[in-house]
Ligand binder design. Structure first.
Ligand code: F6P
Length: 320
């Protein structure tokens, strides 16, 4: 039985990053317990407030955000944090080495229906000097680590520090994350896609054309039938992609002209892109590699197409 700590030590992850990752795992262990308690833990339902993105905050969004803020404030390695639920960057320890951006509870619309939710973290290097939002404006390529924790029938964690992707399961008897897959590999080919089909009429022609080919199945140019899945929590959909392959997309749409993209670069797209690339998959906006994007603000949103290499390539061919 190899724990997260054993694995990080055996892969020579540098001691401070190792410590940082144990703190992130600790946050997830506590959130996992709250999620398991459900209505009994008093965590279901909505609050009266909205986040900076204009979305109604669920109680568990706020509870998870506060819990992570509290844990990170007690970790001197953290220089500052950026959360999907915070309007601004929160400064922490001046001498801290890491900038942490996170989505405390991804897929919050699933909370009240007892379906999949998770937490996503991205770790960036901090520069010396006063911390500001500008310090976070680093492309995903700069990430030192990325992970998600998925609170499903089991609590699992996928983690990368750039040496491949590792998968862990939280052992409920010891509260330790135990290694279950030391080298996650996303199959190159797939016959499974994940996209919110209800937005179909709002997509650009490139995505319309690609999905149309998949829907034609055996009779069409792709010559095979495809299956569709949509969990409505990126952590759940990406976990399926890492587990058995697939393509996941949240493309540009014109549903709300003021909001052409849904997913956030710093809290969702970059960490997931790092995990997928480290598992042999691809992650693109349709026009550029997600991890190459130079961010211009912490709550920036982007189009996301990720998953099995060959399938993402098919999709990208439609984008020219
Ligand atoms: O953070 C946004 C998110 O909840 C993702 O986790 C998920 O993939 C997506 O939104 C679901 O979107 P929709 O509401 O269109 O199904």
């Amino acid at each position: 039985m190899e724990t997260l700590h054993d694995l990080l030590a055996s892969r020579n992850v540098e001691p401070e990053l190792h410590q940082m990752l144990l703190t992130l795992a600790d946050c997830a262990t506590e959130i996992s317990a709250l999620v398991r308690g459900g209505a009994l833990a008093g965590v279901l339902g909505a609050t009266e407030s909205e986040n900076v993105q204009g979305e109604t905050q669920k109680k568990l969004d706020v509870i998870a955000n506060d819990l992570i803020k509290r844990k990170l404030a007690a970790q001197p390695l953290v220089k500052a944090l950026a959360s999907e639920e915070e309007d601004h960057v929160v400064a922490s320890h001046d001498s801290g080495r890491f900038l942490i951006s996170f989505d405390p509870l991804d897929g919050s619309s699933n909370i009240d229906i007892n379906s999949l939710v998770g937490t996503i973290f991205s770790v960036l290097p901090a520069q010396q000097g006063v911390v500001s939002e500008a310090a976070f404006m680093q492309p995903g390529e700069n990430q030192l680590a990325a992970c998600y924790m998925l609170y499903g029938p089991a609590t699992v964690m996928a983690l990368t520090t750039g040496q491949g992707t590792w998968m862990f399961t939280l052992d409920p008897t010891s509260d330790e994350f135990v290694l279950v897959n030391p080298a996650v590999k996303v199959p190159q080919q797939t016959a499974e896609f994940a996209i919110n089909m209800s937005n179909q009429r709002f997509w650009q022609p490139a995505m319309q054309g690609y999905i149309e080919e998949l829907l034609q199945g055996k009779a069409g140019t792709r010559g095979k039938d495809f299956n569709m899945r949509w969990i409505a929590a990126m952590v759940g959909d990406v976990h399926r992609v890492l587990s058995r392959g697939g393509i996941f997309a949240y493309p540009t749409d014109t549903k709300d002209p003021a909001k052409p993209f849904k997913l956030r670069l710093m809290y969702e797209a970059n960490p997931m892109a790092f995990l997928v690339e480290q598992s042999g998959g691809l992650a693109s906006t349709g026009y550029e590699r997600i991890m190459a994007i130079q961010p211009d603000h912490i709550h920036q949103r982007v189009a996301v197409i990720l998953g099995s290499r060959r399938e993402v390539e098919h999709c990208l061919q439609h984008h020219g």
